[in-house]
Design a protein around this ligand. Structure first.
Ligand code: CA
Ligand code: CA
Ligand code: CA
Length: 144
């Protein structure tokens, strides 16, 4: 993988994909705490991801697996069997390889927007777990 400076504090991470592989992208400022970027890539061809950091140190790496047959399958699959799809976890900052990836408890039952719906319920409803946008909850609120 090549990390090319684009402008101050921004880089383009480029890599050549291999057929049949799913790529999880991680970044770190200190090589101790690693964070997943909110996307998945799949298959051969040129892949690129734009990164920004104001940290004096900036590191990137790829996790890859060949257990999925397509990008759609990789996105909807549940690598750690915690009830949340890989792409849901990546989009909202959870670790798709760990059922309990923060100190708060299992990823699937956390309720970061405190609307009473755990992440598994938010995923099932197609609502945003970081915003109180669930129609049932909004009705509930309106009733008071
Ligand atoms: Ca999962
Ligand atoms: Ca997880
Ligand atoms: Ca919630």
């Amino acid at each position: 993988m090549n990390l090319t400076p684009v402008a101050a504090g921004t880089w383009a991470a480029d890599w050549a994909g291999v057929g049949g592989k799913t790529y999880f992208f991680q970044w770190s400022n200190d090589m101790v705490s690693w964070y997943y970027a909110p996307f998945l890539d799949f298959g051969e061809g040129d892949h690129s991801y734009g990164c920004a950091s104001s940290s004096p140190g900036f590191f990137v790496r790829l996790h890859h697996t060949d257990i999925y047959d397509s990008l759609e399958e990789a996105r909807s699959a549940d690598f750690d069997s915690d009830g949340l799809s890989n792409i849901f976890e990546l989009t909202y900052g959870y670790n798709p390889f760990q059922p309990t990836s923060t100190a708060g408890g299992p990823d699937a039952s956390l309720d970061p927007d405190e609307d009473g719906l755990g992440n598994a319920s938010e995923q099932a409803a197609g609502s945003n777990p970081m915003a109180k946008d669930n129609p049932a909850v909004m009705l509930d609120v309106a009733a008071y």
